[in-house]
Design a protein around this ligand. Structure first.
Ligand SMILES: NC(=O)c1ccc[n+]([C@@H]2O[C@H](COP(=O)([O-])OP(=O)(O)OC[C@H]3O[C@@H](n4cnc5c(N)ncnc54)[C@H](O)[C@@H]3O)[C@@H](O)[C@H]2O)c1
Length: 393
């Protein structure tokens, strides 16, 4: 079969725009012509374009004239406007996580701690509704950039569920590290909340996805989340926090530790942790306890390769693994971190959907359920962990 060619544009020129471009270069099934980049930061956008020999567009609209797909690699506050603008022009959208959220009232003294989380939940769901309406009216579709869905270990678990008809009883997971690099991340007005949304969305979306797969495989309909109980804390904003320089601690108004207890409509559960207080590199894992098997999906770290380095300077030019403080001693060196993280598999899957109409594993409805669960969880934190019902899509 002759490969189709798809024209693509990137919005944003920071961290995620970089790994999106890398992953696009590894797609096999489709020819991808990356036509250009648009970024609010003109200097970094031009440098990004020059490095990759692509065009810099100074407006989103101008780039939309030239492409079939846009990658939304901008802070969460801009996800809805950029995605809706592209869908209105009948373009496909690859939107980074989280889909959307609530970003404050625009006032100078807006602060997450003082916010009534019911306001955030209502506004986030209204934003989700607007994106769903835009997709329904478009010839394009939104693909949800939740790489955890495409992680090889999670896709292997999908195969086990589909072939054995397993019932998952408990999903236990975590995403954590010592703090995001992003300046915007310190402000709920840019990111829609703190670690519960920023990192919690990853294990949550994987759990929602696997319960969907389970229900579809056994009974022809997905199993959905029903209620959530949650707690969130701002450990590095406490007066008692003792900073020794290893953990980022300059957040303005966000939570940096959270836990969600999700109950599904079949009565089974997921317990999901997210934090910005863990040293030693990225700590991402999901454990599945089912009625006929168990699975530990070790995403990062994992023991595919272990190295021992007696002298720090030896590994000066060696990439070991993300966010590790030292390269000396034993380390779980990742031979191909992007592969274990699911980035190339995610792009391969998305472009097969765009070019050949292959079913999408990570779509707008999964993203919508994730946002609904997250903001219901934030409402639960305000009620000291009382269970809150989740609206599903
Ligand atoms: N899936 C993952 O593993 C992963 C990892 C990191 C970040 N992310 C997500 O990627 C998104 C971006 O995060 P990042 O780390 O790349 O941030 P970043 O700060 O590194 O880059 C953001 C870029 O967006 C540009 N920008 C901001 N608003 C814009 C707008 N309205 N129009 C055009 N450009 C705009 C900025 O100039 C900057 O170049 C976030 O939603 C984040 O949650 C996902």
């Amino acid at each position: 079969m002759k490969k189709k060619t798809i024209r693509t544009g990137i919005v944003g020129s920071g961290f995620s725009a970089t790994f999106h471009f890398e992953a696009l270069s590894k797609v096999h099934g489709v020819n991808i012509d990356v036509g250009g980049v648009h970024s609010l930061d003109v200097e970094s956008g031009k440098a990004y374009a020059q490095k990759r020999d692509i065009r810099f567009f100074d407006s989103l609209d101008a780039m939309l004239d030239e492409v079939d797909v846009v990658h939304v690699c901008v802070p969460p506050v801009a996800h809805e406007p950029v995605s809706v603008a592209a869908l209105k022009r009948d373009k496909w959208v690859v939107c980074e996580k989280p889909l959307t959220g609530y970003f404050g009232d625009g006032s100078d003294d807006y602060h997450w701690d003082k916010l009534d989380k019911q306001v955030a939940l209502d506004a986030a769901l209204a934003s989700v509704d607007r994106i769903i309406e835009a997709e329904a009216a478009s010839k394009g579709r939104l693909l949800y950039g939740e790489n955890w869905v495409h992680i090889p270990a999670i896709q292997k678990e999908r195969e086990i569920l589909e072939k054995t008809g397993a019932q998952i009883l408990w999903i236990h997971g975590e995403e954590a590290h010592s703090g995001s690099h992003s300046v915007d991340y310190a402000y709920s007005a840019r990111c829609g909340g703190g670690v519960l949304i920023g990192k919690g969305c990853h294990p949550l979306s994987a759990a929602l996805y696997l319960k969907r797969v389970e229900g579809r495989a056994r009974d022809g309909k997905p199993i959905r989340p029903a209620t959530v109980s949650a707690r969130a804390h701002a450990l590095t904003r406490m007066d008692t926090f003792r900073d020794e320089g290893h953990i980022r601690c300059n957040y303005y108004d966000i939570d940096d530790f959270s836990m969600m207890h999700v109950e599904f409509t079949d009565g089974t559960v997921a317990t999901l942790f997210a934090s910005d207080v863990v040293v030693g590199g990225i700590h991402n894992w999901l454990k599945i306890t089912a009625n006929n098997h168990r699975a530990n999906c070790n995403i990062n770290p994992n023991t595919a390769m272990e190295t021992y380095n007696p002298v720090e300077a030896n590994f000066e030019d060696i990439y070991v693994t993300e966010k590790i403080e030292t390269k000396q001693g034993w380390a779980c060196t990742s031979p191909d971190e992007d592969w274990f993280t699911g980035y190339p598999q995610e792009m391969e899957a998305f472009y097969r959907t765009i070019a050949y109409d292959a079913p999408a594993e990570s779509d707008l409805l999964l993203a919508a359920d994730s946002i609904s669960t997250i903001y219901s969880a934030y409402l639960s934190t305000q009620r000291q962990g009382a269970a809150v019902e989740i609206k599903t899509y």
